[in-house]
Design a protein around this ligand. Sequence first.
Ligand code: HEC
Ligand code: HEC
Length: 399
Amino acid sequence: MRNTFEKTLLLVALVAAAPALANAAAAPTAASLGDEIFHDTSLSSSGRMACSTCHDPANAHAQDNDLSVQLGGPDLATPGFRAVPSLRYMNLNIPFFFANDGTPTGGFTRDGGARDLVAQAHTPLLAAHEMDNVDAAGFAARLAQTTYADAFRAVFGANVFAYPETVLLAAEFALSEYQRTDPEFHPFDSKFDLFLQRKLMLSPQELRGFALFNRPDKGNCASCHTSTRQSDGQPPVFTDYTYDNLGVPRNAEIPANADPAYFDMGLCGPFRTDLAARTDLCGQFKVPTLRNVATRHVFFHNGAFHDLKSALEFYVQRDTDPGKWYPLDAEGRVHKFDDIPPLLARNVNTTEAPYNRKPGQAPALSAAEIDDVIAFLKTLTDGYDPITNTADPARDVTP
Ligand code: HEC
Ligand code: HEC
């Protein structure tokens, strides 16, 4: 069996060999088909769910509701397991690998289990709690009914619908091309981008927040959410694509958590299975981009927080005031790190700022400093308009 990457290469070759189309301007491409598929609710068992349902373009390609996990499947009643990440700037994400010092890096989804955007698209198209096409045949049958089925044939071959597996792979490739190449996924037009381009100055409060974000003795945020240009000159994406275990509290709003034996432990499973033996990695999730973070409705992999301020307070008060964030156990003691099995609680990061404090100590950021950091984070929202000093991540960026 070929791996997905080889299959992708094969597909690229097939696409390149497709007969030239008469009218180049109107000719469909893999990316334009990806655009159609991304927004097409008919490609789901409910008939009401598309990629864009959860990854809403108007909300920086993340969820636009407050649910910790979304509802999919035939009746839009089957709950998922994780909060929806934004798809913005995913084109700069890299396949999963272990760096020379052993640090897990890159990969798609919050546990890095998908090697690229092509492989990633497989899950939502088929999964019972998402678009629920079950298998390639089910998906291909739905795609064959769409208004763009002929365009699909024109790009991927006249006979493509004879091979459901190829239809599915071609659609995944199309979705990947759309996300990779369409500027709406990576506009780099936030207030912070204009600041980096020396086109404007941030306000005093935003500048204070930026400094607190970077300072190793204060937020220390930039040690994981990189705030400087990448080595290739790309503007920062506010992630170093590594993984960490923050000890985020368990979220009772996730139905799967009703089972006390169920734990979502990211890198070591249960969804990702290849690192199940690496118990030292249990509880680690990918560092997400903070671009557009002020437009998120839920925060962290399990959506345990519903507003940015609480998420930031958790960061700096987790160790100084644990009783505020975790429930009491049977003996009446604060059950710190309650979303990881007790024997693995030592995996939680307790050495780096801002989580290196003790109960009763002052948090790394005061309430006023948290407000400053939030003011800075708001400069990372796409679609900034200098005249009104507002940002609209849904702004049309078609060239
Ligand atoms: C029911 C809601 C839902 C639908 C529909 C959905 N997604 Fe997602 N998407 C999610 C969730 C939740 C995650 C996080 C999954 C994880 O970490 O395991 C995610 C993760 C992703 C990621 C990885 C992001 C990252 O940070 O690495 C990509 C890319 C993606 N989705 C693309 C798509 C595409 C393309 C479609 C349509 C084929 C789609 N999604 C449909 C909810 C959804
Ligand atoms: C040691 C690495 C590390 C440091 C330091 C760090 N973060 Fe994070 N951050 C992460 C990881 C990992 C996640 C995802 C955790 C999860 O999903 O459980 C995350 C998630 C977040 C989220 C949620 C974003 C979303 O889309 O759900 C916010 C907001 C955030 N960080 C802001 C900050 C701020 C502000 C600071 C500084 C006060 C900071 N982080 C410091 C690693 C770090």
